[in-house]
Every structure is written in structure tokens, then in C-alpha cells.
Design a protein around this ligand. Sequence first.
Ligand SMILES: *[C@@H]1O[C@H](CO)[C@@H](O)[C@H](O)[C@H]1NC(C)=O
Ligand SMILES: *[C@@H]1O[C@H](CO)[C@@H](O)[C@H](O)[C@H]1NC(C)=O
Ligand SMILES: *[C@@H]1O[C@H](CO)[C@@H](O)[C@H](O)[C@H]1NC(C)=O
Ligand SMILES: *[C@@H]1O[C@H](CO)[C@@H](O)[C@H](O)[C@H]1NC(C)=O
Ligand SMILES: *[C@@H]1O[C@H](CO)[C@@H](O)[C@H](O)[C@H]1NC(C)=O
Length: 830
Amino acid sequence: MLLIRIRPLGLGFSFSCRMKHACLRSFTLFLLTLLRLGRSSSTADNQPSCHRCDPQLSCNCSCGGFTRVPTVTDQARTLDLSFNNITAVTDDDLKGHEQLKVLDLHANRIAIIHPSALDSLWSLEELDLSDNQLSTLNHSWFSHLGALQKLHLLNNPYSRLGSPSLFRGLVGLRSLAFGGPALQELRRGDLHGVTQLDELTVHATNNLARYQSGALADIWPLGRVTLNLHGSSLTNVTLASAVLGDVSYPETPITLENIHLTGNESAQGLREAARKRIRQLSFRNLSISDEVAMDFLLLFDGVPLTSLSFDGLTLTGDGSWGPAIKTNLGSMDEIFIRNLVVVDILRFVMTADLYFILQFQRKMSIINSKVFLVSCKTTQLMVNAEYLDVSDNLLTDLTLEYMMCEGNSTLKELRVLNISGNPLKSLSTVSRLVAKLTKLTHLDISKISYSSMPSSCSWPSALRYLNISVSKLTTTTPCLPTSLEVLDLSYNDLRDFTVLLPVLRELYLSGNKFLRLPSGHLFVNLRILTIQSNTLNVFSHSDLQSFKRLRKLQAGQNKFICSCTFVPFLQFHFQGGGDLQLTDGEASYVCDSPLHLQGKPVSGVHLSVVECHQVLFVSVSCGLALVVGVVLCVLLWRLHVFWYLRMTWAWLKAKRNSKNRRCRDTEGWEALLSFDAFVSYSERDAGWVENFLVPELEEPSDSNSGNARSFTLCLHKRDFLPGRWIMDNIMNAIERSRRTVFVLSENFVHSDWCRFELDFSHFWLFDVGVDAAILILLEPLSKDDVPKRFCKLRKIMSSTTYLEWPQEEERRPEFWRSLRNALRGDQEDH
Ligand SMILES: *[C@@H]1O[C@H](CO)[C@@H](O)[C@H](O)[C@H]1NC(C)=O
Ligand SMILES: *[C@@H]1O[C@H](CO)[C@@H](O)[C@H](O)[C@H]1NC(C)=O
Ligand SMILES: *[C@@H]1O[C@H](CO)[C@@H](O)[C@H](O)[C@H]1NC(C)=O
Ligand SMILES: *[C@@H]1O[C@H](CO)[C@@H](O)[C@H](O)[C@H]1NC(C)=O
Ligand SMILES: *[C@@H]1O[C@H](CO)[C@@H](O)[C@H](O)[C@H]1NC(C)=O
């Protein structure tokens, strides 16, 4: 019964055990599968993530090589995904980004956006989908973006905006950009819902075939319009007129981009704009022939155009504009030209009669246009010019002189002159030439390589603004006029500033070589100072105090020494303490030294007490170390450690000597012996030794002993070599003596080197195996009177019989005899 019972039990057990294993295995398998599934789903998902977010929650994931929208923190405010390879935006790619205000997806390859992909972005204010592959636009993308203010949809391959209107729900929209090379038609109602814009950009290039008049007409007020009319749009006069006519209002500045009209085409496409009497017209990237230029001028004859601007103007003709120079452009007061290219520069002759344009202009700019000469005659025509910008051209000292009519009777109304970036050389020439421009308040002579500043200069008395940045000045002199309110001397090679400028309000000194702040007493009215990228190490409260009125300071990117006074001082200002504002932000203030703080932002530095009170710390720790040292020494001395150390050292030395000696033969050793005995005694017992022992043993009298022979004794007083270490002397003496006589007394026990002799001789005994020590007790001394650490002496005292110096006169001959015997015994042994 028992057996039967046990068996099934055993079976059952083994079965359940196997079951358990199986279960465990399958459970593990299950888990593994789950894990693998999880992993494979995540590899299939492969949702990358981007962690490039700054503290303001602006995430810059641009140029990250992403092929799909990466995960970023849900808190992100700005998400820049431009210049990636994202092809689609799925339903839940952007889920949970309720905080997102700016989403930039431009320059990807997005072809598909899920209809509800952007639904959760109800805070979104700016969306850029330009330069993608969207061939159709879906109004449901934008249906939840009630907060959207800016929407850019440029350069996608869609041919129409589609209906119903994409923009119906976007009541807050203020900036809209759409169109591209594929756009074929624009119909009324396409922009339904767009009522008012600050900015409208339309790329209506050569494929735009159908434009339903009025498609852009409902937008009002309209802030600024940019039309890219690349291709033949402008030559398609009807279409161009229809488009321009819909957006032209006198108050709306219009910019036309990428127009290339270099044949005998007409500019009649602009007719509607002229008819609507627009005031401000700009061209960006315009190439025109003489015919078109002429046509254009005639078109705007009498139109109250106030401002005309060309950024990138190519003139292909030779400048013969014929009757167009009679055009009435009397209301124009600003002309701006930048990057002018005259293709046929040799044939181009601008007929001198530019009077029709020049006489009215208040503001004239001709920038970066390779102008090397402006004649005196031309500037004399500019009777109304208040603002002249001829920066980044090729004017030299000589041609500038010519242009300024050698400083006489021209440009009398000029208030602002900008000759920055011309190959001029002499600061004194410039100052002489402008001195007669009595109304001049602003002078920009930056980006000119002046080698030096003359010691005095003449300036217009009204001059308030002077820009001599990006030059090569090394010193400042009283050449600088005291009337200045704004002075820019950044990016020179200045090391100090010494000129008194009492009304100066702004001073720019970045990019120089200042080691310290200039003295604030020179600028009692200064409000703004920039001194970034110099070599400042520190500045302190007192440095700043001399600037009585300073409100804004930029002093980052310097070589700061993060000292204990500087760091808290700066952190105090970061936290808004004081009136002074550090406008360049905490991040620009970085420690340069000490080494362990190099590269750390000052705002994050915490200096310890040790670093801040180094002198105190060092002196306290030195003091402590001294005290500990003294205590230790006292302790060691009390414990006789020095004595032990010395003993050990001597012992080691002796050991070595004895080893050497053992190598030699005994005869050799015998020859070395020069004394019969070395007498070891305390200085206090010297009297006894000199008066009794020495006379008795070295000069024996016959009365004492008949057969007395004399012994040679080694006494430390007499036989030690002066100048050698006492230990060496002792060892030497013991080595060269056959025996050692110890004169024991209280005094002996208390004299260190006597103890050593004892020790050494004991070792000697032990080594040589001869009874070489003779103990003489001068006074009764029991073993217990000897301190415990002289264990050797105690041992010898207990093992060796010693001779006691008798107080009674009559027992002394007996003593001497015993002593002689003891001394001689050795020889007899041999
Ligand atoms: C996008 O992918 C193409 C090839 O598919 C590659 O040449 C290009 O460098 C990628 N661009 C980025 C920004 O990763
Ligand atoms: C300027 O416009 C022409 C067409 O008129 C175009 O081919 C060219 O790319 C444009 N240049 C720039 C820099 O946009
Ligand atoms: C422009 O020139 C072409 C020949 O180059 C000529 O056929 C055409 O009539 C001219 N058009 C105008 C408006 O002058
Ligand atoms: C002068 O021209 C330069 C270069 O074009 C420009 O940076 C600077 O701001 C101009 N100065 C003034 C006072 O307009
Ligand atoms: C001085 O000129 C430089 C270079 O033209 C310019 O960058 C800078 O802004 C100007 N400074 C001021 C204070 O306008």
C-alpha cells in the first residue's frame, strides 16, 4: 500500500515538476515573443526622436536626416523640422502637441498628410509646408487651426488650391504664402475666408494660365504683397494686369520678384498697378533692357510713386532711355538700388540728364554696385538729398573728393552719409570733406581700413552718430568730436579709450582688445555699452559705478576669470539686481579660468568656501598641520619612537658590518682591534672613570698588582673622531675594541647613547658569541630600576654576573683584579 501510494505521488510530483518547467518555458517564450514583438513593432515604427530643445522649449530638429516626424517633448513650443527627408505626416505623428505654436516642415519630401494629422495643434500660430511634394491640398488639414496666423504653402506641385476654400476657418490668418511652378489656376473663392493680411506672397510663375479676375481682390487691408512673376507672367499682359490689379492699393507696398525682360517686350503688365496709383514698388532680381526701362518710366509718368527699390538689378542695355527722361516722377523721394549689374559696362553711358530723378530724391541708396565715380555735377543735382548711402562700392579718397566737389557747395541738405565699405584710406580726408556738410548728423565710415586716427579732425558741428567699426584703429584721439551721441568703434584693435565724450549715449566697443572697462568718467551720459568679444577678465561693482547712467551692457564672450567676487556680482545682475541690464543674455558669459571652470557659464558656477577664502583656508590648515605635527612629535618623543628608529637604523648598519666582517677571517679581524676595551659610561660618571678606571688600567702601579700589564682603553672623550656622528663613533669604537666595559649607574640608564652601546654590544655578543660585555655597577642598581624598554640591559643584568664597585677602600684591589681578569679572559679564551 505504502509503495503504491508513494509511486503515484512520485509520478505526480515529477509530472507536475515537468509541467512547471514547461509552463515556465512557455511563459518565458511568451515574454520573449512579447518583447520581440514590442521591439519589432518599434523597429517597424522606427519612430526616431529629437532632443534638441532649448530651455524655451524651442526644438531645432532641422537637418537631422529624419525620414518621419520624430518624437519630441509634448511641451514643445517651436518645432523646426525643415531640411529633413520626411515623406508623410501620419494621424498620430503630432498628437498631443497642444502647446505647439510654430511648426516648420519646409524643405522635406512630404507628399501625404493625414486629414486629421494637425487636429490637435490648436495653439499653432505658424505653419510652414513650403518646398514639399504636396500635389493636392486638403482643407481638413487646417480646419482645427483656429489660432493660425502664418501659413506658407509655397513650391509644392499642386496645380490649384482646391475647393472648398482651404482657409475658411483661419480667421486669425495674417501671413499667407502659396503658389509655385505647378500652379495653373486661381479662381474666385479659392481664398474665401481670407479677409485681412499683413503679408501675401504668391508665386504665380509661367504655368499660371487661368486667373479668374477678383481671386485676390477680397483681401483688405493688405499689408505687403510679394509676387514672384518668374517666366512669362508679366509678358502675359492680361494675366499680369489682372493679378496686379487685384492687389494694388496705394497703401500696399508691392514687391515683384524674378523678372527677366531683356528683349523689346513691354512693361505693360504693370499698367494696372500704375493705374491704381501705388506708392511703393520694389523689384527683387530684375533684369531689363533699355526698351523695358523706357516703357516702365513712361508707364509711371505722373503716378504718385514715392519709393522705388531694386534689389538685384541687371541692366542689359546701354543707358539710352530716350524720351523717358522727361518723365515726371515728382512725388518720388526714395530710390534704393542694391547689387546693380550693368552688363555692357563699356557701352553704358548714363546720359547726364538724370535730373528728372535726382532732383526730387530725399533718400538715395546705391549699394554694392561697383560705383567708382560719382561726379561733382551729379551730386550737385541732388539738391533735396538728405540721405545718401553709397556703401560697399569702389570709391577711393580721390573719387570721394571729386564726388564731394572738394568739400564745397554740394549736398547741403545731407543728414546721413554712408560710405561704409569703400576702399578709402584716410580718416582726415573724410573728416575734411564732410566738414562742410553742416546738417550732417549721421556718418557711417565703417569697414574702411584706416591705419590710424589723426590727432585732430574737423567735423560738422551737428554730427551725432559716427560709425568707424570694422577698421584697424589702434588708438583713440581727440579727433573724435565731442558732439557724438552714438559711437561705434567695434572690431578695431583698440586697447583703451581716453577721449572725453560728454554727451555720448551709446558706445560700441565689441571685438577689440580691451583688458578692462574704460573709465565711466569719460562718458557721463552713457546709456548703452557693448564690449563683447574683448579680453576682459573681470569687471566689478566699482568699475560700473563710474558709469552713472548706464542701463544696458553687453559684455559677453570675454575671457572671464571666475573669481569669488566676480561670479556673485554677475549672478546678482542676471537675477535682475541693480538697474543695469545685461542684454546679451546669461549664456554669453562663460568662464575662461580657473581651468576647472573653463567653458562653464558663469550663471551655473558655484564656488566653494575653499576656493573663495584660499588664504584663510591655507593659513588655517597650515596652523592645524603645525599643531598636529607638534603634538605628534611630542607624542613620539614621549613614546621614545625616535630612539627606537635610531636603534633600528644602527642595528641594520651593524648587521651589515658584521656580515662583512664575518666574511673576513678572524685573523684579519684581530689585526683590526686596536683597543682592549671600549668604556661606555655616562658623562656624569666621567669623574670615576678618569680618576679611578683609567689610571688603574692604563698606568698600573706596582703596588696594586705585581704582574700588571696595561690595557688600552677607548674613551669617547679622548678617542672619538670629532665631527662624526656619535653612533658611528660608538660602533666604530666597539668594533675596534675587544670588549666593552659598561659603567652602570642611574646616570647611565638615563643617557641615550649609553643605552645604545649596550644594545649594540649585546648584538655584538650575540653575533660573535663571546662574552664581550663587562658590567660594572657603580652604585647598587636593581634590575627593576632599569626602565622596561631596555630589555637587553635587564636581560644582561640577570644573566651575567657583574662587578660591583665597593664603597670600602680595602675591597677595591679585589675589584681591580676581577676586572683585569675579566679583560684578559678573552685573550686566554683565544
Ligand atoms: C534625403 O535623402 C536623399 C536620398 O534619398 C539624400 O541624398 C539626402 O542627402 C537626404 N537628405 C537629408 C537632409 O538627409
Ligand atoms: C532671378 O530670376 C531669374 C529669372 O528671371 C531666375 O532664373 C534666377 O534664378 C533668379 N535668381 C535668384 C537669385 O533668385
Ligand atoms: C521685338 O523684336 C522682334 C524681333 O526681335 C520683332 O519681331 C517685334 O516686332 C518687336 N516688337 C516690338 C514691340 O517692338
Ligand atoms: C551703411 O551701410 C552698411 C552696409 O550697407 C549698413 O550695414 C549700415 O547699416 C549703413 N549705415 C547706416 C547708418 O544706415
Ligand atoms: C556700424 O556699421 C556696421 C557695419 O556696417 C554695422 O554692422 C553696425 O550695425 C553699425 N553700427 C551701428 C550702431 O549702427
